[in-house]
Each structure stands twice: as C-alpha cells, then as structure tokens.
Design a protein around this ligand. Sequence first.
Ligand SMILES: Nc1ncnc2c1ncn2[C@@H]1O[C@H](COP(=O)(O)OP(=O)(O)OC[C@H]2O[C@@H]([n+]3cccc(C(=O)O)c3)[C@H](O)[C@@H]2O)[C@@H](O)[C@H]1O
Ligand SMILES: Nc1ncnc2c1ncn2[C@@H]1O[C@H](COP(=O)(O)OP(=O)(O)OP(=O)(O)O)[C@@H](O)[C@H]1O
Ligand SMILES: NC(=O)CC[C@H](N)C(=O)O
Length: 615
Amino acid sequence: MSNLQTVRKLILAGATLNQTPFDWKHNVANIRHALEKAKSSKVDLLCFAELTLTGYSCEDVFLSEWLAETAWNKLLEVVAYCDNITVAIGLPVRIDGKTYNGACLIHNKKILGITLKQNLPKDGIHYEPRWFEAWKSGEVITIERAGNKIQVGDLVYDVNGVRIAFEICEDAWVLTNRPGERLCKQGVDIILNPSASHFAMSKSNIREELIRSSSEKFNCTYLYVNQLGNEAGRIIYDGDVILAQRGEIKALNRRLTFQHNDVLYCDVNIDDTNATIPAIEIDSKEKNEELAQAVSLALYDYLRKSKAKGFVLSLSGGADSSIIATFVAEMVRRGIHELGAENFCKSLGLPLENNAKKVVGQILTCVYQGTKNSSTHTLQAAEELAKSIGATFHHWSIEEEVNSYSSKIEEALGRSLSWEKDDIALQNIQARSRSPIIWMLANIKQALLLTTSNRSEGNVGYATMDGDTSGSLAPIASLSKPFVLQWLQWAEQELEYKGLSFVNDLKPTAELRPLERHQTDEADLMPYGVLEQIELLAIKQRKSPKEVYSTLNNGNEDEVLKSNIKKFFRLWSINQWKRERLAPSFHLDDLNVDPRSWCRFPILSGGFDEELNTL
Ligand SMILES: Nc1ncnc2c1ncn2[C@@H]1O[C@H](COP(=O)(O)OP(=O)(O)OC[C@H]2O[C@@H]([n+]3cccc(C(=O)O)c3)[C@H](O)[C@@H]2O)[C@@H](O)[C@H]1O
Ligand SMILES: Nc1ncnc2c1ncn2[C@@H]1O[C@H](COP(=O)(O)OP(=O)(O)OP(=O)(O)O)[C@@H](O)[C@H]1O
Ligand SMILES: NC(=O)CC[C@H](N)C(=O)O
C-alpha cells in the first residue's frame, strides 16, 4: 500500500472459498491459491470469509482445544505468504478455555491484531452461542502466542493512513449493538465483513441491500465476503463478494461458482468514490434459476466431498423423484459449462467424457420399480425423462417381494389382508419393498441413494419410513410440493428439459392403492396450497391453531378449513419422529422443517389437543 498516504487509492479484493471443515490441506492450499491470484493482480487489501481457515461448520469441534491450536499454526503458515499485502482471514481463537469467532488482520507478514465477533446468530439454522463467546464491544486485550503479544477484541487498524475495522457477519444483521455505529464515529474508512451467510431462495437481494445501506449509513467503503458452496453437507453458501461505497454498490460477483475460489477485485478510491472503477458481474436473482444453481453446486460438492461414485434414484415418474433426476442432470450441465469436461470429470473421479448426457449416465442410475398399482403413464414418464437426460435406467417389478411379505403375514395372522382393513399396511409394504433392492444397487455402485422426501410431506408424515424415505441424502426436503411442481414446469420451458413433459402432465399420486381407487395426495391430505398456507402460519410464524384459523377464515365460519387445520396440527405433532429420521437435506428455503438445522419440536407432546378442541 505504498501510495496510500497521498492518494488513498487501493485495489481491494474479496476472496470467497469453498472450504471443508478442518480439511487443512485443502483449506490452506485454497487460501494460498487465492492469495497468489490477489498478489499477482497487485491487490493491496484482501478479505476472506468468516472462519475461512477451519471452515464455518466445525460444530462441536469448535469446543476443543486442538482445533484452535491447529488453526493458529495454519494461520502462521498463511502469514508467511502475506508479503506486500494486507489480508483479513477468519479463524476460531481460544482464550482462557473459551472459543471466539475471530478475523485476523495481517499486513506484510505481520499480524496486526484479531477482531472478535460481538453478535452471535442463534436464529434459524444458526447455533453459534453453543460454540462461541460473544466479545464485549469496546474491549481490547493482549494475548500471547509463542512469545508474541497480539491485540485482540474490538479494534480499529491504521494501515498507511487508511482506517480499517470489521463487522463479522451477524454483527451487521442485528438491530442494536452494531459495531458499525461506533466505528463510523471513529472515522473508519473501510469496514470488512467476513461472513458465512446461508443460501435461501430470495435472500441475496436482502444481503445486497444490507451492504449497500450499511456503506451509506456508516459513510464508508464496505466490503462483504461470504463463504462458498456446500461446505459440510446441509447448508449452501452463496459465495458473494459485495463492495459498496457510501450507498452505492461498486463491485459484485456472480454467486455460487463451481470453482474452489473466486477473487473479485476493485480499484477503489476511498475519498472520491466516483473515481472507483466499478466491477459488477451479472448474477441472476430469479428464484427458479438461483435454486437450480444452488442445488447443482450442493449436489456437486456433496458428491466430491463424500467421495461417492454417483447417485442412485428410485424414479417413479412423479414430481419428486423427477425433479431430483433433473437436478443431477443440471448439476452435470452447469459443472461442465463452468469447469470444462476434463476438470469436472477429474474432480469427481470419473473417466473423461465430453458429452454431458454420457456423464449423467455415469453418475445417475434410475430405477422404476412397478407394482400392479403402477400405471403405464408413470412408467412412461420415468423412462422418457431418464432417456432424455442420459441417465442409466432400469425397470423391474417388486410385485413378487410384496406378495411374499404379504403371504407370510397372512399365514402368521391366519387371515387374508384387505384394503378395507389393512389400507396403510398394504400401502407401506410396497414402498418398503422398493428399499432393500435399491440400497443394494447403491452399495454395488458405491453410490449415494437419494431420497425424494419433500417438505410438504415432511409436515404431515405422508411417507413410509424406511420405504420412500430410504436414502442418505434428501435434496428436496426443504422444498414444498407446490414449489416443486412449478419448478418442473419452469425447467421444461426455460432449461429445455423436454423430457419433463410427461411428468408435468401427471397429478401427484402415491400409486399405492389399486388403480381403480384413484389415489391422489391431495385427496388423502388436503389441497397442497392450503397445506402450504397453514404451514407458513403454524410453523414459520408460530401461530396457535386458533390464530391460524382466524388469519385464514376471512371472517366466515369454515368447517373445511377447521378440519384441515386440525389435520395439519395432529399430523405435524405425531410425525416429528419421522422428521428426526429424514436423511441430511439441503437448506434451500428459510421455511424448513429439518429438526437438525432449522425447526425443533418435541417428539412426544400434547399434540395441541386442548388448542384444537377450542377451534
Ligand atoms: N411417536 C412415534 N415414535 C416412533 N415411532 C412411531 C411413533 N408413532 C408411530 N410410530 C411408528 O410409525 C409407524 C407408522 O409409520 P409408517 O410405517 O411410516 O406409516 P404411516 O405413517 O402410518 O403411513 C404412511 C403414510 O404415508 C403415505 N405414503 C406412503 C408412501 C408413499 C407416499 C407417497 O406420497 O408416494 C405416501 C401413505 O399413504 C400413508 O398415509 C407405526 O407403525 C409405528 O411403528
Ligand atoms: N413405481 C415406482 N418406481 C420407482 N420408485 C417409486 C415408484 N413409486 C414410488 N417410488 C418412489 O417413492 C417415492 C415417493 O413417491 P411420491 O409419490 O411421494 O413421489 P413422486 O412419485 O416422485 O411424486 P408425486 O407425489 O408427484 O407422484 C418416489 O419419489 C420414488 O422415489
Ligand atoms: N454467520 C452468521 O453470522 C450468519 C448471520 C446472518 N443471520 C445470515 O444469515 O447471514
């Protein structure tokens, strides 16, 4: 930053990295790679995301002594690469048996200090207070590491006449106690915000507006850098780098890249912001498009990080399994487009293949598993879709297995089973008979079995445990059925998956009862639109049954609505155990029912009995 004193111009950069919890070799190499890029572009100040060294999602390992100790040693390795550059890098810091979430500022191979996060997120999917202590605003202490004294806490740094400070992720989202409020009074020029902010549909605009308005409010240059990709299984980070000056976005990258890292540079003038050279890349905020990109990246990261050889899917030709097959095809298309066929195949341990459809054939195996209750329409829909995307497709009947189980039970009970008496059991045995054989295929192929559970059925337990819930990854468990249905229409048109036309012509049905009974999901449950409305009020807005009713009934008595609300709350309560057993799922929507990331509810409860009786 040699010329800072006089003109206060500098090249600012943000580096978003796809890290993995305590994968030291990869994480440090990735940091180094981004650093080299920045140095060769003569960057003066480079900011990485929150907890970049360890990864954001080390969970209870953050409570150990060894993680912070190793992170410190890795930090020293990174410091040694920081010649002629100022670098901000996130890591956990352990002081007196407590862990803090820190951002270290390094200038020309010297540690200037470590800022500690003051506001810890505890809402939605965030559980930071379990692992970290919040730092008190205004406090600074000195710690010793290997004989060196280091300032930590609430710091403002002066680097060649430019005043730099931090807000660490949630520090910017809180309504009170924002560090920025105090920093702007101290005349800070640049606020750096290293973040780990999860993807949720339509959240990106909110994030950008937060950064823009922060730069205006604090009259400063504000640089925000998010984590990238599916770091640890469930949560996807957008990987956005946003630079704003005094109320104007000056630099923005395209989110959700398949690359390991993305460095965005901007020629910044601190005093005359009109002289800053904007660097704005095109990034789509359209909900269906951003979802396609996020799920594609999530599947890609999950596959390469789990080192599995591909995916196996029980493909019924219905919406849920078909959207998942389409997502896998889309992951291949986007991955090849961005990385090139060679890098894409290499990163997944696949033989080189330039044709995207053939790559899908290597990665995805789909099986239609019919019974006498399956229709030719669903078989055709499954087969046409699989063929159109290039997936490997098998078709077999599980009638023999279903009959074998049923006749053994009949013999043991000494009576015949009937649809009148044994409806649910006769449905479930079909769903369960599909499971052992498809798991066997997954074992043989060393592949991951994808389960097709969606959020609407998760709400009410409309799935057979260890039947259609079988699998080790649930890509759409946070998506509602209405969203799935409209996305498929969009994908047929906009992404040109013409093979979806048969799928899009069908009505959701489990096909578990005899065909002449014309089973449909909505007849079994309630219209999906109604279910979604009740869910929004009952789960996201946490309203009581009475409040849900009074919000939806438009002032009129509505017995059907009452009965649907009762059904929802009853089924919701008795099926918590099923949600506890769902396979790990991607967090795609901030209304999510995954008890291990978003929504906690007792497994055993009063089930709203009293509240429902007063409806
Ligand atoms: N609190 C609790 N804690 C632990 N376990 C509990 C429990 N309550 C019941 N259970 C156990 O759960 C069992 C019942 O669960 P489960 O066997 O899954 O079956 P269940 O939930 O009774 O029935 C499955 C429902 O899903 C529908 N389904 C199935 C398959 C596919 C589709 C589709 O849309 O394609 C729909 C089907 O029409 C039916 O309405 C009980 O037999 C009991 O053993
Ligand atoms: N005939 C079948 N062949 C293969 N898998 C099946 C078959 N029927 C059901 N399944 C599996 O069970 C899952 C659950 O069925 P469900 O009906 O909920 O979903 P879907 O058939 O994909 O979509 P929709 O509900 O819109 O018909 C399917 O996604 C699929 O994985
Ligand atoms: N890592 C964090 O502090 C997350 C903060 C914030 N709630 C977000 O979702 O972006």
